[in-house]
Design a protein around this ligand. Structure first.
Ligand SMILES: [Zn+2]
Length: 501
């Protein structure tokens, strides 16, 4: 089979990116495959094209709702209607309907908590599973920031499905993660494709800025002068919106905010406008860009310090997919690390919340006759978020061979452990940001991923010395596709997504 022809047929691309063809060939030859490809290389195309070329359904386990949403939307934009995302936020009626006609879908996305449902397992067993995909496979690692306890059930789930052909995808290439993944999935024979996380065409720079006010002014200056298009990342939705407005007030008109709190229509609209060069800058949270296929992003600015080096690499990896010179700039002011620490804590249930749930359960004498009702009651009374609740429920209702008190103690231990891992990750990010390690930033980031820097790069990083003005050649004339009818295009996509439901 000529894979390039198939690529052209299904995606209208003429060439593969580094790693894609190797991974797809391995899958089509029937091998379980582990692929660690750097961000920006189009990991999802590996299962998408394989899926089209194999008979049966593709099941994709994806850890984040925003990521799932992003990937289903990308497929829809490519004209694919046979796609569904099964997660706890799908309305019951919709979920029931989707489950009754699962065999009509080609791509079925599952959130990890769905792995617990025997009902879903039974339905999936009735399908002809062509490929079982674990996206963001590093979530299986207990030493990582993004560890998802539900991911530990993947091996068991996969076995119950009859060990279908499996593809594990991640951008995080530490040897530990790979080891944990293989053990957890019980793989005996597999192919692996592991690529360097380095993106030599992206210059790495950190600017130390005294205050928040100085930082906002510096951002305006950078956005005005840097060759675009670009993305500015923020840690909060509110800040992304605030700064998009701030930039507009300061003479930058082709800028929009983008975050997971916006509705689908607006998100797709902004993605499309950015893709078609009708916007120069996006002020975004990490929800933006996961599946965006925009080749010519020239800069990525971080207004806030990311929570870990892995996320940082993923986000800057959206620049320079065309291989051309690009820059990643992190703006750091003293004390910026407080926000990631707060975010890390907020992701986990607090001690008071756990105590509250525990006492309530004790009062109810451990009776869980009507679990759904109890679940709703506990969530609303305790004020836990969805992720917090999953963590708490996993322990409090998990191993029923133990007493409620034992489970409660284990939950507390688990949360403490997670906090420590997350703090360690933030500290590593901070150490790198403040250049406490001395020497080349690229070398230090590669060392973290157990890689060596092997090539010399011009404009490598601020520690090696760069001339920022190289990136300052702002284009005067916009090359927007003025005739592009995005309204019509958007109507088509939304119609597809409506029908796809
Ligand atoms: Zn360097």
């Amino acid at each position: 089979m000529n894979l390039e022809e198939q690529l052209k047929k299904y995606f209208d691309y003429t060439t593969f990116r580094s790693g894609q063809k190797e991974v797809i060939s391995s899958i089509l030859e029937g091998n379980h495959t582990i692929a660690m490809l750097p961000t920006g290389t189009g990991k999802s195309l590996c299962y998408q094209l394989s899926g089209y070329l194999l008979n049966g359904q593709v099941i994709i386990i994806s850890p984040l709702l925003s990521l799932m949403q992003d990937q289903t939307e990308q497929l829809m934009m490519n004209g694919e209607k046979r796609v569904i995302a099964l997660n706890s936020f799908l309305a019951q009626r919709e979920r029931r309907q989707a489950l009754s006609q699962l065999d009509t879908y080609k791509f079925i996305f599952l959130s990890p908590e769905m792995l617990k449902s025997d009902f879903i397992l039974t339905r999936l067993k009735e399908l002809q599973i062509a490929l079982f995909v674990i996206d963001e496979a590093h979530c299986i690692s207990q030493w990582g920031y993004d560890f998802r306890p539900d991911y530990l059930k993947l091996g068991d789930f996969r076995r119950k499905l009859g060990n279908p052909l499996t593809l594990a995808l991640t951008a995080t290439a530490t040897p530990e993660v790979k080891k944990e993944l293989i053990a957890s999935l019980n793989l005996i024979k597999w192919n692996e494709f592991i690529y360097s996380v380095d993106r030599p065409n992206i210059t790495l720079a950190v600017e130390m800025i005294d205050s928040y006010q100085d930082k906002t002014e510096r951002l305006v200056e950078l956005v005005k002068n840097l060759q675009g298009p670009g993305i500015v990342y923020f840690s909060s939705k509110k800040m992304a919106e605030k700064m998009a407005n701030y930039l507009k007030r300061h003479g930058i008109d082709r800028v929009m905010a983008y975050h997971g709190g916006m509705d689908q229509e607006n998100r797709i609209l902004i993605q499309q406008q950015f893709l078609h060069s009708q916007l120069d800058v996006i002020c975004a949270t990490s929800a933006f860009g996961m599946g965006i296929n925009k080749e010519n992003i020239r800069y990525v600015i971080h207004f806030h310090m990311p929570i870990q080096l892995e996320s940082y690499l993923q986000e800057i990896g959206r620049a320079g997919r065309d291989g051309m010179k690009s820059i990643a700039l992190l703006l750091y002011s003293p004390g910026d690390e407080q926000l990631p620490y707060q975010l890390a804590e907020a992701e986990l249930p607090s001690e008071a919340q756990i105590d509250f749930v525990y006492r309530l359960l004790e009062e109810k004498n451990n009776s869980i006759h009507d679990f759904a009702k109890l679940e709703n009651e506990l969530i609303s009374l305790s004020g836990l978020t969805e992720i917090q609740w999953r963590i708490a429920a996993d322990y409090l209702f998990g191993n029923t061979a133990e007493t409620l008190q034992q489970r409660y103690i284990q939950l507390k231990l688990f949360i403490n452990e997670r906090l420590q891992v997350k703090r360690k990750k933030i500290n590593e990010m901070l150490t790198w940001t403040q250049a406490q390690l001395n020497g080349c930033r690229r070398k230090n980031i590669l060392k973290y991923f157990k890689e060596d820097k092997t090539i010399e790069i011009v404009d490598c990083c601020d520690q090696c010395g760069i001339d920022l003005s190289v990136f300052y050649t702002k284009m005067k004339n916009h090359t927007a596709e003025k005739s592009y009818d995005w309204k019509n295009h958007l109507a088509k996509i939304l119609l597809i997504s409506e029908r796809g439901r």
